[in-house]
Design a protein around this ligand. Structure first.
Ligand code: FCB
Length: 447
């Protein structure tokens, strides 16, 4: 599939892999606080050590290069690079400078997310994303990083999955900071998106030549029922999961049904000019896709998830449904005529992988990836401009509230020894990339 310019990559995020939470003046983040709170993460796991990437980064760059990918998506930890008074933390910045420089030397394109959920705790203490001021603090941080790391980055992403930050963080409390009220979620979303708009401006001012975008998680919602109320429930699910983020970004407004039907009385406070800031043109849109949900009406204004029997699932319990990725990409293109070029910035699956005789046999992941590559290819054939695809994840890591039990990596991590072992899916991906490279060479060189 895919034209020669198509970019293949792997992805990670700072808090999930770095560890070293006290090193070099890093400040506490909301995920340090949340995971230290009893009952919030599986087994009380936290990112304190994670994959020790902060000290093992050079070895990890070798791993990435060895896979033969074109690109690597990573995130910067805001609490590492900025002191509480807003001044740069030179030691934290040096870590990313070294990492990005080495990646560049190895010919790997660097896609950098500014906010993959690790908000400095001192900002949460002042209201976090419920405080409008946090959007301006994010812009200060974006300006600092774009200024300091300019020339070392091939693509900037402001936020990872604002839906998760707003809804899981403030709407149902499954993620840090653990608050649970839909009115908080809608206000937090608005401030996150404002932060995105202001951050985009800051990046464009300080690193004008580098493409910049944002990453949204999207979900496919269908129903196995023919009852109009259930069909409507599935529509509302997609509205809540996808359009709550995409409509403000691409059309400059929130879906009215969200505040009128789903969560009556929960409209956020929006000030004049806010939507223009949010709707600025994007150089690209990152899409994270994992699964489909089966919905029925909850008998009132909302929907409830009714898991289907007999479908293929992963260790997360998520249904494997590649068709959903194609469906959503086609739908976004139809609904949003100004849809920018897309990167699939995350897709992958968790399985209960173990090293046996030096090998990790993970056939479901190989099959999962192949079927999702095909879905992307089908969407491209239908006219959606997709420029690249990043597997989530390079290696097993701290899967948020699920701790270390859920293994999403192409590379297995033994958390006792920190040994990295390429799973069979990594070997298959490497072979796939080699073949693609060979196919892109002129025949005279390959025969
Ligand atoms: C996404 C997150 C990523 C990872 C995957 C499994 O929602 O962006 O950090 O946890 O899910």
């Amino acid at each position: 599939m895919a034209s020669p310019g198509f970019l293949w990559g792997v992805a990670t995020a700072s808090y999930q892999i770095e560890g070293a939470i006290h090193a070099d003046g890093r400040l506490p983040s909301i995920w340090d606080t949340f995971s230290a709170t009893p009952g919030k993460t599986l087994g009380g796991d936290s990112g304190e050590h994670a994959c020790e990437h902060y000290t093992r980064w050079a070895e990890d760059v070798d791993l990435i290069a060895d896979l033969g990918v074109d690109g690597y998506r990573l995130s910067i930890a805001w609490p590492r690079v900025m002191h509480a008074d807003g001044t740069p933390n030179a030691a934290g910045l040096d870590f990313y400078r070294r990492l990005l420089t080495r990646l560049g030397e190895r010919g790997i394109r660097r896609f950098v997310t500014l906010y993959h959920w690790d908000l400095p705790q001192h900002l949460e203490d002042r209201g976090g994303w419920l405080n409008r001021d946090t959007a301006w603090r994010f812009a200060d941080y974006a300006a600092l990083v774009a200024r300091e790391l300019r020339g070392l980055v091939d693509g900037w992403m402001t936020l990872n999955e604002p839906w998760c930050s707003a809804f899981l963080g403030y709407g149902n409390g499954h993620h840090a900071p653990g608050l649970a009220d839909p009115r908080y979620a809608t206000q937090a979303m608005h401030h996150l998106l404002l932060g995105h708009g202001l951050g985009l401006q800051a990046i464009r001012e300080h690193d004008p030549g580098t493409p910049a975008g944002i990453v949204a998680n999207v979900g496919r919602g269908t129903t196995d029922s023919s009852d109009p109320a259930d069909i409507e429930a599935a529509r509302l699910y997609e509205l809540q999961h996808n359009d709550w983020v995409l409509q403000p970004l691409l059309a400059g407004r929130y879906p009215a049904d969200l505040f009128e039907r789903l969560w009556p009385g929960s409209a956020p406070l929006v000030l004049p000019g806010d939507m223009d800031l949010i709707r600025q043109p994007l150089d690209f849109l990152g899409i994270n896709y994992y699964f489909r949900s089966n919905l029925r009406s909850d008998g009132a204004t909302g929907f409830r998830d009714v898991p289907l029997d007999g479908v293929e699932r992963t260790q997360m319990g998520w249904e494997v449904y590649p068709q959903g990725l194609e469906d959503l990409l086609r739908r976004f293109k139809a609904v949003y005529p100004n849809l920018p070029p897309v990167y699939i910035t995350e897709n992958g699956m968790a399985s209960d992988d173990a090293v046996v005789d030096g090998r990790v046999d993970d056939p479901q992941r190989q099959s999962y990836l192949k079927r999702h590559f095909a879905a992307v290819s089908a969407a491209m054939d239908a006219g959606v401009e997709v420029r690249g695809y990043f597997v989530w994840s390079l290696m097993d890591n701290f899967e948020w509230a699920f701790g270390y039990e859920r293994r999403f990596g192409l590379v297995h991590v033994d958390y006792t020894t920190q040994a990295r072992t390429l799973k069979d899916s990594a070997l298959a991906f490497r072979t796939f990339l080699q073949q693609r490279r060979a196919a892109a060479l002129p025949a005279a060189l390959t025969t």
